[in-house]
Design a protein around this ligand. Sequence first.
Ligand code: SAM
Ligand code: SF4
Ligand code: SF4
Length: 354
Amino acid sequence: MHPPTPPTSTPPTARVVADRHGRALRNLRISVTDRCNLRCGYCMPEEEYVWLPKSRVLTFEEIERLVSAFTEIGVDRVRLTGGEPLLRRDLHKLVARLARHPRLREVALTTNALLLTEQAPELRAAGLSRITVSLDSLDPNRFHDMTRRNELGRALAGVEAASRAGFAPIKINTVLMAGVNDKELDALLDFARSGGHELRFIEYMDVGGATRWSPDVVVDRDEILARVAARHGTPRPLAGRGSAPADRYTLPDGTVFGVIASTTAPFCGACDRARLTADGHFYACLYAKKGFDLATALREGATDAELLEVLRGNWRARSDRGAEERLGLADRTPLAGRAELADDPRLEMHTRGG
Ligand code: SAM
Ligand code: SF4
Ligand code: SF4
């Protein structure tokens, strides 16, 4: 089976809405579940979590309806995330629905790859545009230490399966942590190069859920570039980043890699993205403490026009620059403590979607 041919015509234009800083909304990250089959220390370090009630989780029909409304105010790319999105039953059916939407240019996925071996072919056939895999270690023991699960083999098999299914290049996201996996910088670069993937190093962020965050563990962009340069030659910056979060570089041998410097050099000025939790709450910033409950409006029978008005109003009122504000803090500590997270699980990165 082949993936549907992407539309060649330009999608119908939406009435793009600007926020208070003149930023348009283009990119919607949709968390399809708050559950996960790993326990990464920078994201889910605790033993216990408060989960969203299953009855509150949006159905595919509800997600599609909300996405449709979002496209009316400018969204033309969506990314499915979580939690671990591949845990959501029949995810490929949601992908197929969204891939058919005339205003969407791209339906992407961020995953830990554990279930890609089973699902990559059907996701490809459904029209998924791109896959980003989060992978922080190539060493089985360290992988276990970092994720509390002994699953490196399944993750690597998943990346291979996605390649075989035709996804290329696969982006590999690595959160580099000092004294944890930073020794693997070269090994990860080599792994990505040899597989034809594009590696992006992410600075460890003090987001909701990262209750063990401390500035000492962040490996910042300058250090990453210096370490890469020491072994591979000076990285040359690539132009044309636009609103993408990664700064991209090429090495003398042609390898392309990226750095997402959200912690030390945030890019809020160009931010065109928002998030939808699995239970239908809209957040205009990764760091926002308050969201807007779209699910209740939807379930109480809001018309398309009413939904659109709510979205438009929310985006127009947006002035968030969360990461830049955090950069200005004298004493930077995690965004939220355990009690606050238990009280409001939508503050969690795994609920909000990374
Ligand atoms: N489970 C999927 C995965 O890991 O790819 C999707 C959800 S996960 C929350 C999305 C991304 O957020 C992953 O690339 C992960 O590395 C990143 N992430 C989570 N917590 C982070 C933190 N404290 N700092 C930086 N990145 C983080
Ligand atoms: Fe790790 Fe993603 Fe699961 Fe968070 S949601 S624990 S980053 S696999
Ligand atoms: Fe956008 Fe908020 Fe991230 Fe800044 S911190 S780039 S405003 S989501």
